[in-house]
Design a protein around this ligand. Structure first.
Ligand SMILES: Cc1cc2nc3c(=O)[nH]c(=O)nc-3n(C[C@H](O)[C@H](O)[C@H](O)COP(=O)(O)OP(=O)(O)OC[C@H]3O[C@@H](n4cnc5c(N)ncnc54)[C@H](O)[C@@H]3O)c2cc1C
Length: 157
């Protein structure tokens, strides 16, 4: 029988891992797909030389620069926890007051700090799409197809 899942999360880094954690109690049947293995617990974990000089845990593969055609070793890690295990050395925890509540004119109703300089883009989305429930603002290249699909679906999420 083909297994059925309500949600398939690809990757177990900060993005996938936290999503899986947040939805774990939802009752949804969730599959997390991770291409890497667990980082072995070993002495080298604690060695800056092993991790950063010898790149012991870096992906052992070559990529090709689409612009120049040059081959290069990507600075990426495939493992449970993802690149987050290596790059997320400073993970700031946001407080509730770090999230601003605004009206559609951009006036801050609650929270501390200033609205992002890119806030106008979000406001423009809300004004352009009356049924938009939220705006996800993402830059990673590998997220762009998803963003394009959502745009094509006239931002119905
Ligand atoms: C140099 C550098 C320094 C940084 N420093 C900080 C910092 O100090 N503080 C901070 O907060 N952030 C920092 N960041 C950013 C932070 O590391 C990333 O934003 C975060 O780790 C991204 O999380 P992610 O879940 O999107 O991706 P990742 O953590 O990369 O997770 C992606 C996962 O997907 C898996 N995967 C990939 N392809 C497939 C596939 N085909 N099938 C299944 N699984 C797959 C990978 O193995 C990996 O586990 C830094 C980033 C860089 C590059």
């Amino acid at each position: 029988m083909t297994p059925h899942f309500d949600l398939v999360i690809i990757g177990s880094g900060a993005g996938g891992g936290t999503l899986a954690h947040a939805l774990a109690g939802s009752g949804a049947k969730i599959l997390v797909v991770e291409r890497g293995d667990f980082i072995p617990q070993e002495e080298e974990n604690w060695s800056p030389e092993a991790v950063w000089r010898d790149l012991r845990y870096r992906a052992d593969e070559w990529w090709v620069d689409g612009a120049t055609g040059e081959r290069f070793r990507p600075y990426t890690h495939y493992c449970v926890g993802g690149n987050t295990k290596f790059w997320g050395s400073v993970l700031l925890r946001l407080r509730p007051e770090d999230f601003l509540v605004l009206d559609l004119d951009g006036q801050i109703l609650a929270g501390e700090g200033e609205f992002s300089r890119e806030g106008a883009v979000h406001m423009a989305c809300y004004h352009a799409f009356a049924d938009a429930g939220c705006v996800f603002h993402a830059h990673p290249l590998n997220v762009m197809p998803f963003v394009s699909l959502v745009s094509a679906a006239k931002l119905t999420v």
